[in-house]
Design a protein around this ligand. Structure first.
Ligand code: OOG
Ligand code: MG
Length: 261
C-alpha cells in the first residue's frame, strides 16, 4: 500500500483545485492515496497555497462538523478546520452567481471576529472582538457530496462562499441563541447556537487546538466561522437566502445564474 510519505500532495491539491475551478466533481482521494488526517491538512495547505499564489488572501478560518445535525448529514463525526479567502466572501445583501458550483448547499452560522492571535485558554472576550450572523455555502468537490474525514479536510472542508452580517458587540451569552435559515421567505431550518458543541465558544477552543496542530497561525482581524447549527440545504439560482441569529440580526444574499458576484 502507498503511504502518505510517498504521495505527491501538490499533485492531489491541483486535482482538487481544478475540480473547484471547473465545477467538475472528482472521486475521493484519501483511501486510494493513503492520506491520513495529518497528510490531509498538509494537502489543504498545498491547495490554499495554490490559491494564494493566484492572488487570493486568507481572511479567516471555518470550523465544520461541530453540530450533530451536520455530522449526521455527512456521516463524519469529527470537527474540522478550513480556510476562508477574500474572493469567496459575498457582501451581506449582495448577489452571487452560483452556476460554477457543483452541488452547493447553504447553512446558517455564527461568526467571530478575532481580536488578536488567540491562544489556548484565552478568555473568549479577549480573543473575540465582535460576533455576527453568517451564511456559509458549502460545495464538496467530491462526487455525490460523499467523503471520508481526510477527504473533506483535503477539500478545504467543502468551503465555497460565505457572508457575514453586521458585526455586533460580544453579547453576555452566545450559547443559546435561536438560529433560523430562510429561503424565499420560508423558514427551512431552525436551531440554536447550543447545537454547536454545546456552546460555540467551544468551537473556538477546538479551532485554536486544530490550528495549533495543523495551521494556519490564527491572526487578529480574521473571521472565525463556528460551524453550522443546522443541516445544510440545497442552494439553487434565484434564491433569497437569510440567516437570523437571535439578538444579532441577519446575513443574506441572493443567488443568480449569470452576472457578477
Ligand atoms: C463539511 C463542511 C461542514 C459545517 O459548518 O459543519 C461545515 C460538509 O458538510 O461538506 O462547514
Ligand atoms: Mg459550515
Amino acid at each position: 500500500m502507498t503511504t502518505s510519505a510517498d504521495v505527491d500532495l501538490d499533485g492531489l491539491a491541483a486535482r482538487l483545485d481544478e475540480a473547484a475551478v471547473t465545477g467538475t466533481p472528482i472521486p475521493q482521494l484519501a483511501e486510494v492515496h493513503g492520506i491520513d488526517v495529518d497528510a490531509a491538512y498538509r494537502l489543504q495547505q498545498a491547495l490554499i497555497a495554490r490559491r494564494t499564489g493566484r492572488g487570493e488572501h486568507v481572511v479567516g478560518v471555518k470550523m465544520g462538523l461541530t453540530s450533530q445535525a451536520k455530522m449526521a448529514q455527512v456521516g463524519v463525526d469529527s470537527p474540522i478546520l478550513g480556510h476562508l479567502t477574500d474572493t469567496t466572501q459575498v457582501p451581506d445583501g449582495g448577489s452571487v452567481d452560483i452556476t460554477g458550483l457543483i452541488h452547493p448547499r447553504v447553512e446558517p452560522e455564527i461568526a467571530f471576529l478575532l481580536d488578536r492571535p488567540p491562544t489556548p485558554g484565552m478568555p473568549f472576550t479577549d480573543a473575540v472582538r465582535a460576533v455576527a450572523p453568517a451564511l456559509e455555502v458549502i460545495d464538496s468537490r467530491y462526487r455525490d457530496f460523499t467523503f471520508s474525514l481526510p477527504d473533506v479536510i483535503a477539500d478545504n472542508t467543502s468551503a465555497a462562499l460565505f457572508t457575514i452580517g453586521q458585526w455586533q458587540p460580544v453579547p453576555d451569552e452566545v450559547d443559546n441563541l435561536g438560529v433560523l435559515l430562510d429561503v424565499d421567505g420560508h423558514t427551512v431550518q431552525t436551531g440554536s447556537t447550543a447545537a454547536i458543541l454545546g456552546d460555540p465558544r467551544r468551537a473556538l477552543a477546538a479551532g485554536i487546538a486544530l490550528a495549533g496542530r495543523h495551521g494556519p497561525a490564527l491572526q487578529g482581524g480574521w473571521i472565525f466561522l463556528a460551524g453550522a447549527a443546522t443541516a445544510a440545504v440545497p442552494l439553487v439560482p434565484g434564491a433569497h437566502v437569510r440567516a437570523t441569529v437571535q439578538g444579532l440580526g441577519t446575513a443574506g444574499f441572493t443567488t443568480t445564474a449569470g452576472g457578477t458576484r
